[in-house]
Design a protein around this ligand. Structure first.
Ligand SMILES: Cc1ncc(COP(=O)(O)O)c(C=O)c1O
Length: 371
């Protein structure tokens, strides 16, 4: 019997759908960028492998923290912690600050980890709804209560690709301050945008905790490198939790990340290239969604996901049928909360050929099955 804290908690629906993949599947379910390191990045990685293999400070090497805090008011010595990916960052923050019985506000639809990590702490995840079709947020309708300990904000959003305007972010920070709640701003997709750079919550209130990482911007998902920035009183217990979870982030990944920031010119052009690639993939996805699925959705402003309404009542069963009968993987919207029912998440982190083929398969399945 697993411990009570894991009762009812299973591998995420995303993992369950991806487990249905076969070599013939077109995978539009994937949550990681289709980016491969270029020669410069490979050379930096080779060089990073020759640096120290020993533990770093728990919070990460100070030289990396200094780079992460450049141009912010965070003190690298006490207000930044490098983690084994953003996922570990979230876990450490929740372990440090969330008590059984607390309420944690999570976006609906939103990344399922937030609610799960809250539940592992014995807290109650309380969804706040984003409104289709543009997935806007009316901050005054966020259901804060006296039990609210923390609100998670994710812009650009997984699974929506939506970006929240700076005004909304300010309003969330103001309301959270009024309610003495912490804000966790998950900014992991912040470098992946199409029209203008998304606003950050950095500095909007002393109670804002910002998390970010290298997974999505640099295709470094397996290297597990993330970070947290927060006021020192907030960060201190988080570093304690992080010490008992991971000791420190991989020193190889830390060294590589530092080298990437040092290669500022290369990095700027890499990020431009990433945005260009995803823009082309987004446009291919939008074209196929319009023509094959006859669905109109607004252009995602960030990340690499399209959240598409489908005429199927149970989208979990639908996604499973697509995986087994049509050899295409998409994620049922319900994996992201109740407000996701009736939608599927199409990840366009795939080649334009795969995107066209995958969405065509979804369309064919719908037509064949009379939808
Ligand atoms: C919104 C969001 N936050 C956090 C993560 C975790 O990223 P990592 O742990 O690789 O930094 C993901 C990964 O899919 C994500 O989509």
């Amino acid at each position: 019997m697993p411990a009570d804290r894991l009762a009812g908690i299973e591998l995420s629906l995303i993992r369950q759908i991806n487990a249905l993949a076969t070599p013939l599947s077109t995978n539009l379910g994937i949550g990681e960028p289709n980016l491969e390191p270029d020669e410069t990045l490979r050379a930096l990685a080779r060089r990073a492998a020759t640096t120290s293999w020993h533990y770093s400070a728990n919070a990460g090497s100070l030289s990396l923290r200094k780079k992460l805090c450049a141009n912010t008011s965070f003190d690298p010595a006490t207000e930044c912690c490098v983690t084994a990916g953003t996922q570990e960052a979230l876990f450490a923050i929740f372990q440090a600050h969330v008590n059984p019985g607390d309420e944690v506000l999570v976006p609906n639809p939103g990344f399922s980890s937030y609610a799960t990590v809250a539940a592992i702490c014995g807290a109650t995840p309380v969804p706040y709804d984003l409104e289709p079709p543009a997935w806007t947020l009316d901050a005054s309708r966020i259901p804060f209560t006296p039990k609210t300990k923390l609100i998670v904000v994710n812009s650009p959003s997984n699974p929506l690709g939506a970006v929240l305007p700076a005004e909304t972010l300010k309003e969330i920070a103001r309301l959270a301050d009024e309610r003495r709640a912490l804000v966790v701003s998950d900014e992991i997709y912040r470098e992946i945008w199409y029209d203008s750079a998304p606003a950050s919550m950095t500095g909007l209130s002393p109670n804002v905790i910002v998390v970010n990482g290298m997974s999505k911007s640099h295709g470094m998902t397996g290297l597990r490198l993330g970070w947290i920035q927060a006021r020192s009183e907030i960060l201190k217990p988080v570093v304690t939790a992080h010490q008992y979870i991971a000791t420190c982030a991989s020193v190889f990944s830390q060294a590589l990340t530092e080298m990437i920031f040092d290669a500022a010119e290369w990095n700027a052009s890499w990020l431009d290239g990433v945005r260009q690639q995803f823009r082309a993939q987004r446009d291919a996805a939008l074209y196929s969604i319009r023509h094959e699925l006859e669905a109109e959705i607004g252009s995602p402003a960030g990340a690499f996901y399209a959240f598409v309404p489908v005429p199927a009542c149970d989208t979990l069963a639908f996604a499973k049928s697509l995986a087994t009968d049509a050899a295409v993987l998409v994620i049922p919207g319900v994996a992201f909360g109740s407000a996701g029912e009736g939608f599927i998440r199409i990840s366009y982190a795939a080649s334009v050929e795969q995107i066209a083929m995958g969405i065509e398969r979804v369309g064919r399945w719908l037509r064949t099955n009379g939808r």
